[in-house]
Design a protein around this ligand. Structure first.
Ligand code: FAD
Length: 364
């Protein structure tokens, strides 16, 4: 893709900032990336996420536009990952949804919502209803513990920390990129388009953009990482729950990410006892060998969220673009936002973004 400008500043080296910086640099643009924290992304929601890529499962809480972005992204991740400096674990082994007998009514409601999504988005692979034997065939280590379940074929997941590290290595190897750590910035620190200044500022600061985008809010999530050599799960497993969908996402090296609470709050204090009990109980109920797992980390972050819970690409002043509101689906939709942003920057129109039903400003 050729760009009608030569240089850009990207603010925020979380998920969206790193992806955009790599893509802009590859298109021949000189990129300066400013991050408030360090190269470890310790302040980014992206570091804590489970990074499940589950458009149909997420349609329980997300509209069809987000599902379409997720489907687009599932197809795009393999080529994006293949172009990076280091390998990143990625799989599409589907999502397993399970429930306990007492949550059967909630599970029926969920099945109806997913069936309705399937009818609206025909390109989704249809879900399958499972009995105990079919669950045991998919995940032998779960035995006959659950009487019923749903299988959502083709859904994916990736290793978020490997992705952040690989994007970093790719940026470090690029002659077009300068990296600035411990360097918080705001769009007002630049005068894009004037002599000696970048042509564009792309603001990907997640919740850090709140001073300039007042409607942003945090939705707190807590996740627990455990090392469980005695547990084998092939794919992310979701447990129907009255308050929020709980999941166990297997990662390489017998690591499992157990998450995630969803609490309307910017609170970044440590995880509560209640959340920790809920998450660990859910894991133990799915597989009793989690009893002997070792807790590696209990992490908290807030998801950057707009009032409609939808992502947006916004231009409120010339040559400054804000990409934000990735909420709980950042990894699931990031390639769709990346492609829509690049289209806007390269061609000044947002046909792709509109095809997803996304809020944007054209003529960037
Ligand atoms: C518990 C939890 C579980 C999740 N699970 C999933 C999942 O399974 N699947 C999925 O798709 N998504 C998931 N997400 C969502 C995903 O992590 C986010 O949507 C995504 O990380 C948002 O990306 P971002 O780049 O907009 O923001 P972030 O990743 O938060 O990055 C923003 C960056 O900007 C930096 N910054 C802030 N202020 C400044 C400043 N003034 N100057 C410079 N830099 C600044 C921050 O330090 C940070 O590095 C989860 C999130 C959480 C919290």
């Amino acid at each position: 893709m050729s760009l009608p400008f030569q240089s850009a500043v990207v603010l925020g080296a979380g998920l969206m900032g790193r992806l955009l910086a790599v893509t802009l640099a590859r298109a021949g643009c000189k990129v300066a990336l400013f991050e408030a924290g360090s190269a470890d992304a310790e302040g980014a929601a992206a570091r804590v996420a489970a990074a499940m890529l589950a458009p149909l499962a997420e349609s329980a809480v997300a509209p069809v536009s987000v599902v379409r972005m997720g489907q687009h992204a599932l197809g795009r991740w393999p080529e994006l990952l293949a172009s990076l400096a280091q390998p990143v674990f990625f799989q599409r082994e589907g999502t397993l949804v399970l429930w306990h007998r007492q949550d059967a009514a909630e599970a029926s409601r969920l099945a109806r919502v997913l069936a309705n999504t399937g009818a609206q988005v025909p390109e989704l692979t249809p879900m399958q209803t499972l009995d105990a034997a079919a669950i045991a065939t998919l995940e032998p280590s779960l035995g006959q513990r659950f009487a019923q379940g749903l299988f959502l074929p083709g859904e994916g997941q990736l290793d978020n920390r490997a992705l952040l590290a690989s994007l970093l290595a790719t940026l470090q190897a690029s002659a077009n990129v300068s990296l600035h750590w411990q360097s918080p910035r705001a769009p007002a620190d630049f005068s894009p388009g004037t002599p000696g200044q970048p042509d564009w500022v792309i603001d990907c600061r997640g919740l850090g953009a709140k001073p300039q985008w007042n409607a942003l809010r945090g939705v707190r999530g807590e996740v627990i990482r455990v090392h469980a050599p005695d547990v084998t799960l092939q794919r992310p497993t979701r447990l129907v729950h009255p308050r929020y969908p709980l999941y166990i996402a297997p990662k390489p090296g017998n690591l499992f990410v157990i998450g995630a609470t969803e609490i309307e709050s910017d609170d970044m204090s440590p995880a509560s006892v209640r959340s920790t009990l809920e998450l660990l109980s859910a894991a133990y109920a799915v597989h009793s060998s989690f009893a002997e797992a070792r807790i590696v980390e209990i992490a908290v972050q807030c998801r950057p969220t707009l009032p409609d819970n939808l992502p947006a690409i916004r231009q409120v002043q010339p040559r400054v673009l804000q990409v934000n509101g990735l909420y709980r689906h950042g990894f699931m939709i990031a390639p769709a936002l990346l492609d829509a942003t690049m289209e806007l920057l390269a061609h000044g129109h947002a046909a792709l973004a509109r095809s997803f039903g996304m809020a944007t400003s054209d003529n960037a």
